[in-house]
Structures are given as C-alpha cells and as structure tokens.
Design a protein around this ligand. Structure first.
Ligand SMILES: *Cc1c(COP(=O)(O)O)cnc(C)c1O
Length: 395
C-alpha cells in the first residue's frame, strides 16, 4: 500500500483521536525510518521513548521470535522463565525488592496507586487514601491516571473522575509539606523529569527533601519512570541520579524495545502490600514481551548508558551553540531533551522538521521534545541536528 491508501483507510475506519503527523511509516534501520515510498526520516522520537534500541535490531528480533516460537503466553496462573529472569535483573539493577508486570504506563501507575492505598489502609485503616502529585505532571489516560495528572486540560469530558488526588506545584517543598500535614496522604507520585509537561527536570534538592519528608511521615514515594526509565536519562532509572530511595518505581514505554509492557517495582517497606487476589492482569509478564525486555536490559550496559549521557550532552550543547535561533532554552537529562521556543508554535516547528526528514515530538505548550533511540549513531545525530538547525534558523 502507498501512503495515500493507508491514510484513506485510517480516515474511513479509525476513530480520530490522534492529531497525527502527515506521514506513514513502513520500516526502519538503526535510528532511521522510511515511508512506503522510501523517503528517509531520522528518528528523534523512538515511538515516544519506546524503541530504545532503534529499528531492525537482529538480536532483539531473534529474542522475540525465539520466544514466540517456544511459548507466547500461559497466563499468570503458571510460572515462565523470561519473567523470572527479568524480575531478577530489574531488582538487582535497581536495589528495589519486588516487581509486578503490567502492559502500559497508565496501568502501571494505577497498580502503584492501588499498592499505596492498600499499604496505608493495612497499616492505618481508613482516612489515608489521598495521592499527591505535581502540577504539570502526566500519569496516563485512564480515568484514575487522568485524575492523578496535574493538568486541568485533562480534567474534562469524563466526569466523575476518581477521588483522592491533590496537586502541588513542582519544586515547592513548603506546599508539599502543607499537604502532607493534613494527615490523609498515602503517597506522593512524581516524574523526576516531567515529560509530556515540557521536559522539565525537578530540582535535585527538592526531590531529596521531599523523599526525606515522605519517609518521616510513612508516605510512599512513587516515581513515575514510564518515560524517564530504562536508560533514557543516562542511568537505568532516573532516580539513580537523585539522592533518593523511592518506595515504588513505575516503568513502561522503553522497557521491551517496542512491545507493550510495563510494571512497577516496590521497595522493602511495601513489597508485600499487594496480596493474592488484590491485583492482576491477563497479559502482564507475557513471555514474549519479557524476553524482549531482557534483551533490552542486557544491551543497556554501563558503557551504553554512559554513551547515552554523552550523546545527550552533545545534542544539548550543539543546540545551545546555535546563535540567533528561535530557541529559548534547552533542558533535560540524557537522551530526553526539551527545546523550548521563543515565539514559534512547537507543532509548526515539528511539522517543518518532518517535511525535511527529521521526526520530533512536542511537549508542554512551548517545547520540542527529542527522544531518539538510545542506540542512535553519531552520524544520525549530526544528520538530525543539521535539519533541526535549518528549521530553527527559518522560524
Ligand atoms: C506515557 C506516560 C504515561 C502513560 O503511559 P501509557 O503507556 O500511554 O499508558 C504515564 N506516565 C508518564 C510519565 C508517561 O510519559
């Protein structure tokens, strides 16, 4: 099928819930994607932080195919090896205690919310069910994860939303302290770099103080690492660059390199809160996805993670060095980069990049967001930066 035919079928048969870019994609190699007509695009999106190892990765595909031929699914009523090995790898590399496997970011956050409410109810009885999250956060699209999301634009249409969420401004320790003083809070949930909100890293000092306060009040600290996790920021999880020990860490997006997978890790305080019958999902821990995730984790060696940090720093420094451009600020960690623009609309800038053969994302109200595959080559980075520079120069 050509691009036009594909788009026509979407127009006729798929609900129009996405503002899609005007591009159909057919195949990929490294960090480069191709339309059905063969037009090449350098990819600074990795499917919104999902395709950690880029495209056409033989080892990853063989891990997936091998497991698909052997055993694709058995349900969580039985044990399988890929999930067992993946759980060990995740726990050993994070210092967390136990993991629950899920399928997406929103579902992983919902599970973490359930864990926190049960932890508090088991220990203190009713009255401690509020989850505090940050203004400008994003935690997912289910009714409950929308309630958790600290942006009013998401609190429309779908009333009634789940009760028991309050939002405080990011990096405002006193505001957080006041919320926790009310005595009804079981957890604080935060993204260490707010992704959809604009690629806004939290202050390290604020995060450390918030973590200490949570510990003092026996309030669980949940880090939503759905976007920041799995090597994106230059360490396996972003919390490893903050001086904290979270109680719960959620992950999804990049974990299986392109297959739907996610979950949450719990620390020793709350590893046993969810008991048989209290939480479950049919596909969670699916052997094919777990085999893919194991391959991703094996690939993310310390050396590769250092390279992610190096490449990210290089991209940020390059963009900062372009004088007289439309750029207001460059921010982020590792290969999670936000480029806020002075006047231009991010969606317009993104559309121009795409026309010229570079895929980029937007975030918040004023920023372009770059999430290239973690394995992107230096040559692909330079190609992409050249396109970005020419577009920003024309704005
Ligand atoms: C993408 C994202 C989610 C939602 O993940 P889905 O897989 O789309 O449900 C939740 N939290 C953060 C921080 C995200 O970036």
């Amino acid at each position: 099928m050509n691009s036009q035919q594909i788009k026509e079928l979407y127009a006729n048969y798929v609900m129009e819930t996405y503002a899609r870019f005007d591009v159909a994609l057919d195949r990929g190699e490294g960090a480069t994607l191709y339309s059905p007509e063969g037009k090449a695009y350098v990819d600074f999106t990795s499917g919104i932080g999902v395709c950690s190892l880029g495209y056409g990765n033989r080892g990853w595909a063989e891990a997936v195919m091998g497991q698909a031929l052997k055993l694709q699914h058995v349900s969580n009523l039985f044990y399988t090896e890929p999930g067992a090995r993946l759980a060990k790898a995740l726990v050993e590399r994070t210092g967390m205690s136990k993991v629950f496997f899920a399928n997406s970011g929103a579902e992983s956050n919902e599970g973490a919310i359930k864990l926190a409410r049960k932890y508090a109810r088991d220990k203190y009885g009713a009255g401690r069910e509020t989850i505090v999250t940050l203004v400008n956060s994003f935690h997912g699209r289910t009714i409950t994860s929308l309630a958790a999301t600290g942006q009013d634009v998401f609190h429309q249409h779908f009333f009634p939303f789940t009760e028991g969420f309050r939002h405080v401004p990011a990096n405002d320790y006193e505001a957080l302290k006041a919320e926790l003083a009310r005595g009804d809070v079981c957890a604080v949930m935060m993204e260490l770099v707010q992704g959809e909100g604009g690629v806004l890293p939290l202050d390290k000092e604020y995060v450390a103080k918030a973590a200490a306060l949570c510990r003092e009040k026996d309030v669980l600290l949940i880090c939503d690492e759905v976007q920041t996790g799995v090597g994106r920021t230059g360490t396996l999880f972003a919390f490893q660059q903050f001086d904290i020990e979270p109680d719960v860490v959620t992950f999804a997006k990049g974990i299986a390199g392109g297959l739907p997978f996610g979950g949450f890790l719990a620390g020793s305080r709350c590893e046993s809160s969810l008991t048989p019958g209290t939480h479950a999902t049919t596909f969670g821990g699916n052997p094919v996805c777990a085999a893919a995730a194991l391959y991703v984790l094996d690939t993310l060696t310390q050396e590769l993670l250092r390279d992610v940090a190096r490449k990210g720093a290089h991209i940020r420094a390059s963009i900062e060095s372009w004088s007289a451009s439309a750029v207001k600020q460059v921010r982020g960690m590792g290969l999670m980069i936000g480029v806020s623009l002075k006047d231009a609309k991010p969606a317009d800038a993104a559309a121009r990049c795409i026309e010229k053969g570079l895929l980029v994302l937007t975030a918040g109200s004023d920023a372009l967001r770059l999430l290239p595959p973690l394995t992107i080559s230096d040559e692909e980075i330079e190609k992409g930066l050249a396109i970005l520079k020419s577009v920003l120069g024309e704005l």
